[in-house]
Design a protein around this ligand. Structure first.
Ligand SMILES: [Cu+2]
Length: 510
């Protein structure tokens, strides 16, 4: 029905237009062709003049009106060290093209007005003029050369890579439909290698875990996770893509670079303003106490007038500036620039991807082996425990559980990895020759109590034998098998029973 009405409307409008045309034609014949032509020319000329003023006014007015929303103007100063260079270049280009833009429009429309067709005037034209040709070729050429040379200079400065020994933080951004996966180097400060053939559903970047540098790398890919960066520190971002073309864009930093599958690119920049400082800028007040930028003082949530103000919720943004698919918009990530101390604290809290998602799984090439870092950690852990026990006065506090000493199921055979903890114990006894210890075995309550006593005794003896072989004097160690008589947790749950199956040592003298 609506379609039919629309068609009818179009037909009627066409009829009206045709009729008007016929009437005008008749009127022209009555008044004479030339008069009508001249009248039409006058109308057009006036419209051209009106357009000139309205158009130029609208251009300038809109620029003034939207000034505070444009990068480089109002509150939006560049938040990186190279940013002002680019802003300057943009403004310089805008200055020259702006002049040309205004002059060209004035000439175009003013001439159309002034030299409109008249019966008593004949058009004058130059077929050729060398002087004019030279002027309007040379002037743009000189201006263009200046802009291009300035631009190349800025390009070389902005795109310079870090020097061989220059201090910087190397991070990696991988564009995937539809998210940015960020990788931080972890405590070793170096990103590990990756290879696309290693990609699995869990190992989405294809990290090579045989490369030690990969083991502490931190990965952040969830859209809600904040990307933290330290202020005043040079950051080099390796930019890659896993599927299609993406574009790594942080407008406030004036950072923008294509992310190309198979061709890594990079961008080096130094954040120069913290998020907090930028918020202060957006929320700044005039001398009379009114907001400098009122739009930033509106509630962040338009539905809730009590919510925080927009400037208080401001974050820098990472976007994808390439139309990479229909979920393209969801690649937005927020960036928080903080002080170096705060950044270090935050980094310390981040967990390595390998340790949280790969360690111990079938994808782990180090499965069944202890990593150097784990050995070191366990040793530190052990040393803190013995120091505490040596300092303690209560006898119960002198008992130390050997968390990493394990036996094969139902037997008194030490597992291969137990030696690390036993070596820690040996080192301790070796260093503290006055210390004598009781080695104690415990079991859960599964099975016959007598059998448990025997098993725990055998297990404690296995530890005794290990230490004896290493050279600890026999008279410094006593062995006790407690069986299931001293549970530390309830035997009703699997976890409780696991806690109860344990090997301990007690410092008797020191
Ligand atoms: Cu994208």
């Amino acid at each position: 029905m609506t379609g039919l009405i629309a068609v009818l409307c179009i037909v009627l409008i066409t009829l009206v237009v045709v009729q008007i045309g016929k009437v005008t034609e008749l009127a022209t014949k009555i008044r004479g062709e030339q008069d009508a032509q001249e009248e039409a020319n006058n109308w057009s000329a006036n419209f051209f003049l009106a357009f000139l003023f309205i158009f130029l006014f609208a251009c300038i007015a809109s620029a003034v009106y939207y000034k505070n929303d444009m990068l480089g103007y109002g509150p939006h100063i560049a938040a990186s060290e190279h940013g002002p260079t680019l802003d300057y270049l943009f403004n310089l280009t805008l200055f020259f093209t702006g002049i040309v833009f205004i002059i060209t429009h004035i000439f175009l429309f003013w001439f159309s007005y002034k030299y409109r067709g008249r019966r008593d005037r004949k058009a004058l034209f130059f077929p050729h003029d060398n002087k004019l040709e030279v002027i309007w070729t040379a002037v743009p050429a000189i201006v263009m050369t200046l802009l291009v040379v300035g631009g190349l200079d800025a390009w070389n400065e902005v795109m310079a890579d870090v020097g061989p020994d220059e201090e910087h933080i190397e991070i990696e951004a991988t564009g995937v439909q539809f998210a940015w996966t960020m990788r931080y180097p972890g405590p070793d400060g170096a990103l590990g290698t990756k290879y696309f053939k290693n990609i699995t559903p869990i190992n989405a970047l294809g990290l090579d875990f045989n490369d030690e540098k990969c083991l502490d790398d931190i990965i952040s890919s969830a859209a809600g996770e904040v990307i933290k960066l330290p202020v005043g520190k040079k950051v080099r971002v390796r930019i890659t893509a896993r599927d299609v073309l993406h574009n790594f864009d942080i407008p406030h930093f004036r950072v923008k670079m294509d992310a190309i599958p198979g061709l890594p690119t990079y961008f080096v920049f130094t954040p120069s303003i913290t998020t907090e400082e930028y918020r202060d800028r957006l929320g700044s007040l005039k001398n009379d106490g009114t907001p400098m930028y009122p739009e930033w003082h509106e509630p962040y949530d338009p539905e809730d007038p009590e919510s925080k103000k927009r400037y208080e919720e401001f974050y820098f943004e990472l976007a994808c500036a390439e139309l990479c698919g229909k979920g393209h918009y969801s690649m937005r990530r927020i960036i928080d620039v903080v002080s170096e101390e705060e950044w270090k604290e935050w980094m310390d809290d981040q967990k390595s991807f390998y340790m949280t998602s790969i360690r111990g799984t079938d994808e782990d090439p180090h499965k069944g082996k202890l990593l150097d870092i784990e050995i070191k950690e366990r040793r530190m852990d052990f040393n803190t425990k013995v120091e505490k026990a040596l300092a303690a006065t209560e006898l119960t506090e002198k008992i130390i559980r050997l968390d990493h000493v394990n036996f094969e199921t139902g037997s008194a055979r030490l597992t291969a990895l137990s030696r690390y903890e036993l070596n820690n114990l040996f080192d301790f006894l070796n260093k503290n020759q006055n210390v004598t210890v009781e080695l104690a075995g415990h079991t859960d309550n599964v099975g016959e109590p007598e059998a448990n006593i025997i098993l725990s005794d055998d297990r404690a003896n296995a530890v005794y034998d290990y230490l004896l072989n290493k050279g600890v004097a026999a008279d410094r160690m006593t062995v006790v098998g407690y069986g299931d008589t001293q549970p530390i947790e309830s035997n009703d749950t699997a976890e409780g029973r696991q806690q109860n199956r344990r090997t301990e040592f007690k410092i008797l003298t020191q």
